[in-house]
Write a protein that binds this ligand. Structure first.
Ligand SMILES: Cc1ncc(C[n+]2csc(CCOP(=O)(O)OP(=O)(O)O)c2C)c(N)n1
Ligand code: SF4
Ligand code: SF4
Ligand code: SF4
Length: 827
């Protein structure tokens, strides 16, 4: 591309304005790029394909460092990846040489290609970048004997045609066996060093071991030893892959199904296949809006293990589905007839419920969308009486179950969604059955933020408008090329937008005010339309329709459904009448354009603690003070997660974070308490892993409160240094130690006089127990034990004092001045 720019500048009449790197078929200003251009040089090139969460990029950077620091060696690294939190494809382009490297950053022809996730061989072009005779390293769960038959035919053909030298290692198994969990990076890096010949094998292993010791010095001896074991085991498990004939029936780059929407087939698919750069400008939507419900077409299949259901011991609690961060395990209840024609492998069980008699229940995994985080298994309370470790769902190797569960999930999706009026929305079991309208997000595997958003969409998704602050939730909320916000069978789902990090509360308030104006205008237009309605519908139907449109009680879902039916009737009546046709009558035309706004909408302002406690706090306060009917959800990870874990005012005392490397000295700001000071703000503190029922209740109450609501949701995060499979258990520990008390401050109970209700019990364990289990606290114990001990005492005092104070507040009488609602709306 740089060459294209210089060539253009050297042209006799260079363009005054141009673009490069895109095919701009709209302005026609893009420059032609010579794809065959190569700079001469002796460097050996290596390209590694990985996933964002598997450590490939980190290991590649480390390789560049190790080799580049050797005397007489030069190294270059360039990393291509997007901002997805998990499952992002990463491509690391490296060059090594004994002479200074003067080359482009991207590698077009590699001497070594490492594919660190087997699924990528099917999902994108990988070995196409290999030079003839290049060495190839595959992380394969199938071993040297069976891997060949699992390769897509196009990959087999490339290996044969180019005489590539393939090797395999089952890095997941090695990692698990040496106690590294899912971290495969050290294993793959070791295999590269061993195979590539950039160093003598013995020297290579010594260099990696030394580097591990330096990198993990702060993490302690156990971590270093574990990595050293992984290095030795990697070499022991590395084998050449016997090359056979290219006869596989499997293909790569499988197209999305024909029933996918046009934009998915034309645009999204190219991006998913790693060919987004080839899309011309004209392929993109003109106004910047993107369709929702597209994450369902992605089918990343990144889990090596998926949950398999044993209905014989399931107690129908719904906990698995309500805590899954990826909406990848679903609960549906249906009459037995709905299962006619089901695959023989689809399991179901009788559903015990007084209202839904003779119904059956299914707990079904979405095998290609599950990330294998293990949370559903961790939270499942149903254990076998005979086999202690066996639960009602258990993680099992994905490759043994994927095909069967794919067929099961396909059928499951076709079973009609439950009639929402038949299940209790205020109970976990019922809410879990409601269709999630936020699914398969690209949040980190096990993310503690996403279960809150998914639950909100289950409760109110058909009428939500979301203003989202920048942060993890904006990244996994709408990261190209797919959108996890989805639609119900009627095509309704959340509308979503992101303005800025710093103005999100105001942005959401603006959305609310705009809706209120449109709503008021639509209402105003109903009376002048009565004549037209009478003409179309006759009397008394017209008067009845107009009166009920204006007087509708929309505080319940039934009320909203009834109003939607009225709006449909209104549309039909106005559009049907030749007198009132949109072309003829300006009032009718305007009312038709605003009719949908006669139906209640709910505005949710969502963001992280960096936004709510720090950078957007002025705006947040402004919105709370406005008295307007908006709902705010703060996803409190206690750090700026999206940018790598910087301390915010939500970071607790004693936690180490970026900008607080020696442990934060000051206590956490109590945002909830500040908001309670207003008196008319609904405030709740939640932890879905600790108490799902309380989370749902608070969401319903916040939604129902005709004023500002603030939900502060404890969100476990990879930045906490925990095993994310136990993300929800950590939340339960946070509550049990009163590190994170659960409460609801309900201004509408002013009549009772005690608005603050504590939903968690007095602490049953010390905060220090909770802290010990998280690296963000425990790392300080290793690096500075004295300071760690001092801060731990203070952290315990913070929790004790918070509990003491809140317990007193819970007994305090407080009434809210009942102001005039309309006055508040029109100050
Ligand atoms: C004004 C401004 N400053 C900094 C950034 C960079 N930035 C983007 S997301 C983010 C962190 C968000 O942290 P938080 O609000 O806690 O949300 P989380 O990622 O934890 O969900 C930062 C600093 C930005 N987008 N705008
Ligand atoms: S393993 Fe994780 S992603 Fe998969 S279904 Fe369970 S909770 Fe969801
Ligand atoms: S958590 Fe376990 S017991 Fe509860 S619904 Fe899921 S599988 Fe059944
Ligand atoms: S909040 Fe933490 S776990 Fe969730 S997506 Fe962000 S970084 Fe990952």
């Amino acid at each position: 591309m740089a060459k294209a720019v210089f060539d253009e500048l050297a042209a006799p009449a260079p363009k005054k304005r141009f673009t490069v790197g895109i095919t701009d078929d709209v302005t026609h200003l893009s420059l032609e790029v010579d794809q065959t251009f190569e700079l001469p040089g002796e460097a050996r090139a290596a390209v590694f394909f990985g996933l964002g969460s598997d450590g490939t990029v980190g290991a590649s950077k480390n390789t560049v460092k190790i080799l580049g620091e050797l005397p007489g060696r030069w190294a270059q690294g360039y990393f291509v990846y997007d901002s997805r939190k998990s499952g992002a494809t990463t491509v690391s382009h490296l060059r090594f040489s004994r002479a200074p490297i003067r080359s482009s950053y991207l590698v077009d022809e590699a001497d070594f290609v490492g594919v660190h996730q087997f699924g990528l061989l099917s999902a994108m072009r990988t070995l196409d970048i290999a030079k003839p005779g290049a060495t190839v390293l595959l992380n394969s769960p199938y071993g040297p004997d069976a891997t060949w038959d699992h390769l897509p035919v196009e990959v087999q053909q490339l290996i044969v045609d180019r005489g590539l030298k393939p090797y395999v290692v089952d890095a997941e198994t090695v990692a698990r066996d040496v106690g590294m969990g899912k971290r495969i990076n050290t294993i793959m890096q070791t295999c590269y060093f061993y195979l590539s010949g950039v160093l003598e094998p013995d020297a290579a292993i010594a260099a990696i071991k030394e580097s591990v010791a330096t990198t993990y010095a702060k993490r302690g001896r156990t971590v270093i030893e574990r990595n050293h074991r992984a290095i030795d085991a990697a070499v022991a498990h590395l084998s050449p892959l016997p090359v056979g004939a290219a006869t596989s029936t499997a293909h790569r780059l499988v197209p999305v199904p024909p029933e996918a929407p046009d934009v998915v087939r034309r645009v999204t698919q190219a991006m998913l296949h790693g060919r987004g750069d080839e899309l011309p400008v004209s392929a993109l939507p003109v106004d910047g809006t993107w369709p929702t419900a597209t994450s369902q077409w992605e089918k990343r299949a990144i889990a090596s293990e998926i949950p398999i259901w044993d209905p014989s011991i399931c107690i129908d609690c719904g906990k698995c589905a309500i805590t899954c961060p990826h909406a990848a395990i679903r609960v549906k209840v249906m009459p037995a007839e709905a299962l006619e024609g089901a695959p023989a492998t689809l399991q179901s069980k009788p559903y015990k419920d007084r209202t839904l008699k003779d119904h059956r229940l299914i707990v079904q995994v979405a095998p290609d969308d599950c990330t294998g985080c293990g949370i559903c298994v961790d939270v499942c309370p149903a254990r076998s009486k005979t086999e202690v470790r066996h639960k009602s769902i258990n993680l099992e190797p994905a490759r043994e179950h994927r095909e069967v569960e794919r067929a099961n999930f396909g059928f499951f999706l076709g079973i009609p969604e439950i009639d929402r009026s038949l299940v209790r929305h205020d109970q976990v079991k019922g809410a879990a059955q409601l269709q999630p309208l936020f699914e398969f997000s690209l949040a980190c595997s096990g993310c503690g933020e996403t279960p809150y958003i998914r639950t909100l969409t289950q409760l109110f998704g058909d009428r939500m408008i979301i203003a989202n602050a920048t942060g993890c939730s904006s990244i996994y909320g709408a990261n190209m090329p797919t959108v996890p916000y989805a639609q119900d069978p009627q095509g309704r789902g959340p509308a979503w937008s992101n303005s800025l990090f710093e103005d999100n509360a105001e942005f959401g308030l603006g959305i609310r005010l705009a809706w209120e104006q449109q709503h008021a205008e639509a209402r105003r237009l109903v009376d002048p339309s009565r004549g037209l309605l009478a003409h179309a519908l006759g009397e008394p139907a017209a008067t009845e329709l107009a009166d009920s449109l204006l007087g509708a009680d929309q505080s319940t879902e039934e009320g909203i459904a009834a109003q939607r039916a009225r709006v449909a009737q209104l549309r039909e009546a106005l559009a049907d009448d030749p007198m009132a046709g949109p072309a003829d009558d300006p009032v009718a035309r305007r009312l038709l354009s605003l009719a949908d706004e006669l139906v209640e909408k709910t505005v949710w302002i969502i963001g992280g603690d960096g936004w709510a406690y720090d950078i957007g706090s002025g705006g947040l306060d402004h919105v709370l003070a406005s008295g307007r009917n908006v709902n705010i959800l703060v996803l409190d990870t206690e750090v700026y997660s999206n940018t790598g874990g910087q301390a915010s005012k939500a970071t607790p005392r004693a936690a180490a974070a970026k900008f607080a490397a020696s442990g934060k000295a000051a206590a956490k700001k109590d945002l909830g308490l500040l908001a309670q000071a207003y008196g008319n703000v609904y405030v709740a503190q939640l932890a879905i892993g600790a108490n799902q029922q309380q989370t749902i209740r608070a969401m319903l109450e916040a939604q129902a409160w005709d004023g500002p609501s603030l939900l502060i949701a404890y969100s476990t995060c990879i930045a906490h240094g925990i095993d994310m499979a136990t993300s929800m258990t950590h939340q339960a520990d946070a509550v049990a130690s009163a590190y994170w008390p659960l409460y609801r401050f309900r201004p509408d109970t002013a009549g009772e006089g005690h608005p603050l209700h504590l939903d968690s019990k007095a602490p049953t364990k010390p905060v220090t127990d909770f802290m010990r289990a998280e690296t963000r606290f425990s790392m300080l114990t290793r690096s500075d034990p004295q300071r760690a001990a001092k801060l731990a005492v203070l952290a315990q005092s913070d929790a004790d004092e918070r509990w003491r104070y809140y317990s007193q507040l819970a007994g305090m009488e407080r009434t809210v001045v009942q102001d005039d609602h309309d006055e508040r709306r029109n100050p």
